[in-house]
Design a protein around this ligand. Structure first.
Ligand SMILES: [Zn+2]
Length: 427
């Protein structure tokens, strides 16, 4: 696998290099089809049209999407509570689904009937994966869709997978070495942990391991970390962007100048208040419409703020690119690859009557996210050490990730402070 050209070519050559006018027609045609389908089969989508006073015939082009409101994740959660399991958003009956996922929210997600989504596959190809590669997938394979989604997507291009999942660093290192693994899919911070552990075990990252290409997602990839990892392993690392609900929404090519929209999805950057389309360089919410009959989300708001460019890319792909994700529309924050939101912090606090005020502070040290639950206590709290331990132990059951606990004197957390204070700097 040494002389492979990992930088040229496309997974879907015709679509990826399509003239923009043609892609517009292609999107309009697929949009019309999914709108008609979703209106007929997904009651919540029909309701969305009714609420907007629109009919499927009113939404025939990407521009027409402005007539519809944006469905946010919180809307999905609310609708599901009223109407289990999917709040009327599924486009096929449960009996025909192969899998159902459980994501933070909490939210149940229709899986698939047959796997046919190749947007992550486009991302892998653009990153430099090629048929014949052997890759580890270090994302979670249970509850949330991501591990399975990537597994199926690698299969579409003939890349073999070792489903190593999260954690077990030493097992990961040995697997990379023993099986001469060429690909890595995971968070950059975990790859960094693997690099450190491998060196502690006396391995030479370039000679004893064989990594050539890495796919990073679920957290920001600072350039400093990318170049450090690329140098240490002698590999290429490219990042990608998407959400659990809708899959891939952007991927880097060899040029590292933003993340191309995949072809089989409509990505809009919109004013989160008015829902109107914004131009290149303007910061707005990433909103998407997928052509997925199982889970036909129309104008789904990712909650992420970003801006895009439509400048031509040297790689030859003609889709616009997300230049940068700049933050979250609401206070939802991604920590260690998982979303945390103020409601979860409240849930933690609710279980400990000793807590009078609280705040989650997110910081970053040596390319690792650190979540700290900062709390003020009521007067009569006794054993604070024991309490801190109890809270730290309880947190992952609600937040899905571990964190530290720190008590501060009463009056330390200012009135009106954000429940989640993200203090990370991405340089
Ligand atoms: Zn490109």
């Amino acid at each position: 696998m040494t002389d492979i050209n990992r930088t040229e070519g496309y997974f879907l050559p015709e679509l990826e290099t399509m003239p923009r006018e043609k892609r517009r027609e292609y999107h309009n045609q697929r949009l019309s089809e999914i709108v008609d389908y979703a209106y007929q089969h997904a009651p919540a989508i029909r309701q969305k049209f009714n609420d907007a006073g629109a009919e499927p015939g009113d939404v025939r082009t990407v521009e027409d999407l402005e007539k519809l409101p944006i469905t946010e994740k919180s809307d999905l959660v609310k609708k599901q509570k009223e109407d289990l399991p999917f709040g009327g958003f599924a486009g096929i009956p449960v009996e025909r689904m192969r899998r159902i996922f459980v994501s933070p929210g909490p939210i149940y997600e229709p899986g698939e009937a047959d796997w046919e989504d190749d947007r992550w596959t486009q991302a892998f190809y653009a990153a430099g994966f090629r048929p014949g590669d052997l890759t580890v997938i270090t994302f979670s394979y249970h509850l949330v869709p991501f591990g399975m989604a990537l597994d199926e997507s690698f299969n579409l291009m003939g890349v073999k997978v070792i489903p190593t999942g999260v954690g077990n660093t030493e097992v990961q290192v040995n697997t990379l070495k023993d099986l001469k693994v060429t690909g890595f899919a995971g968070t950059p911070s975990f790859l960094n942990v693997i690099a450190d552990r491998a060196e502690e075990l006396g391995l030479n990252l370039k000679k004893d391991l064989h990594l050539k290409v890495g796919f990073s997602a679920a957290e920001m990839l600072p350039e400093s970390l990318r170049s450090s990892l690329e140098d240490r392993f002698g590999m290429i690392i490219r990042q990608s962007y998407g959400t659990a609900d809708v899959g891939c929404l952007g991927y880097e090519c060899r040029c590292k100048n933003g993340m191309h929209y995949p072809d089989k999805v409509i990505v809009e950057i919109v004013d989160p208040v008015t829902g109107k389309h914004l131009g290149p360089g303007e910061i707005g919410e990433v909103v998407c419409t997928v052509f997925n009959h199982v889970y036909p989300l129309i104008r789904f708001g990712s909650g992420d703020l970003a801006y895009y460019t439509d400048e031509p890319c040297v790689c030859g792909r003609t889709t616009p690119r997300i230049v940068k994700i700049v933050g979250r529309v609401d206070q939802v924050t991604k920590v260690k690859g998982m979303f945390i939101h103020p409601g979860q912090a409240a849930e933690v606090a609710k279980n400990f009557p000793e807590i009078s005020r609280y705040q989650i502070v997110v910081t970053r040290q040596e390319h690792k996210d650190i979540m700290t639950f900062v709390a003020e206590l009521t007067e009569e709290s006794g054993d604070t050490v024991g309490l801190a331990e109890k809270i730290a132990e309880f947190m992952p059951s609600i937040l899905r990730i571990r964190g530290e606990v720190r008590f501060v004197p009463q009056g330390t957390i200012p009135a009106g402070a954000k429940t989640i204070d993200d203090q990370r700097v991405w340089d």
